[in-house]
Design a binder for this molecule. Structure first.
Ligand code: DOR
Ligand code: ZN
Length: 346
């Protein structure tokens, strides 16, 4: 197959940052995706509906004039999130979910939840008002091996959470392990789904160390063994509506990545859909891409499916070595290397 046309997809997990950095990256997503769930892990974090709406206005102002891109906003859950903010979010069209970062799990997660018991009432309210919870599913204890953090999270946090809140819609974000695939697949509760990134479908943990340490392949949850990548590929291409696209495209300044203590995050937006196509093609499943990229996420969020179309052609191109990023640069995935699919004007 050399050409595929599919319904314009949505990115159900995206980091845009803010200010001149955001203005430098938002068009890369808007060129391809109809909507995106915008992560709230800014400094300070987006914890109120008013902050989310102001952030959304800044994003829309930075879009190319002819763009129809619709940013869907999220609130950052903290130990102190008031119930009133949940009710306000439910009443707004633009704020569609709440993001749970375990405190200390990843970039700017220091304001996150220290103990789920502290947000119990908030979760009850979200369940009552049917506001989805987006979960960064990793435990943070230093005693837990970094490669086991997702697996342990399922047993100690996610499973008890779902037991207590059976009607809460939960999205297990950027899953990276066979255990997560098996857990989501086996769950009879229809309120659980998961997003999968392109980089976890295309790379395993060897890619962190190929010929030397590769800071631009460092993300959280960290890349896992090949067997896990295979499990993710199987889930993404299974046709199950429980698994859908979320890039977790996470730009950082080059200097923040290439340093003694580099940030987690891979910038995939300039080739996101093209990279998913490459992954699906690896297992002869391009026919399953549209459901994963364009249908199942919208259905789970109870939002209408997009009606526009996009076309990809097998037409190799070279990813630039870097892009402007505020007063710095961001190094994209596959910098200076070949991407085999290309979006063409429709
Ligand atoms: O790799 C990641 N980068 N994982 C996250 O959870 C956060 C993200 C970021 O904001 O940079
Ligand atoms: Zn993320």
């Amino acid at each position: 197959m050399h050409r595929i046309t599919l319904t314009r997809p949505d990115d159900w997990h995206l980091h845009l940052r803010d200010g001149i950095a955001m203005a430098a990256v938002v068009a890369a997503t808007a060129r391809c995706f109809r909507r995106a769930i915008i992560m709230p892990n800014l400094i300070p974090p987006i914890t109120t509906v008013d902050q989310a709406l102001a952030y959304r206005t800044r994003i829309c102002a930075a879009l190319p004039a002819d763009s129809h891109f619709n940013p869907l906003m999220t609130l950052y859950l903290t130990d102190n999130t008031p119930i009133s903010e949940i009710i306000k979010a439910k009443d707004s069209q633009e704020v569609v979910a709440v993001k749970y970062y375990p405190a200390g799990a990843t970039t700017h997660s220091e304001f996150g939840v220290t103990d789920l018991r502290r947000v119990w009432q908030v979760l009850e309210t979200m369940q009552t008002y049917d506001l989805p919870l987006l979960i960064h599913g990793e435990v943070t204890a230093n005693s837990i091996d970094v490669f086991d953090r997702e697996k342990i999270f399922i047993e100690y946090v996610l499973d008890p959470l779902l037991e207590n809140f059976p009607s809460l819609r939960v999205i297990f974000e950027h899953i990276t392990t066979q255990e997560a695939v098996e857990y989501v697949t086996a769950m009879t509760n229809k309120n659980l789904a998961a997003t999968i990134t392109a980089h976890h479908l295309l790379m395993n943990r060897n890619d962190l160390f190929k010929g030397g340490i590769r800071p631009h392949h460092y993300c959280l949850p960290i890349l896992k063994r090949e067997a896990h990548r295979q499990a993710l590929l199987k889930a993404a291409t299974s046709g199950s509506p429980k698994f859908f696209l979320g890039t977790d495209s996470a730009p950082h300044a080059q200097t923040a990545k290439e340093t003694a203590c580099g940030c987690a995050g891979i910038y995939t937006a300039p080739a996101a859909l093209e990279l998913y196509a490459e992954a699906f093609e690896q297992v002869q499943a391009l026919d399953k891409l549209e459901g994963f990229a364009s249908f199942y996420g919208a259905d789970f969020y109870h939002l209408p499916r997009s009606t526009e179309m996009v076309t990809l052609e097998k037409h190799p191109w070279q990813m630039p070595t870097h892009f402007p990023f505020g007063d710095s640069h961001v190094i994209p995935i596959r910098a200076g290397e070949t991407i085999s699919w290309q979006q063409v004007p429709h």
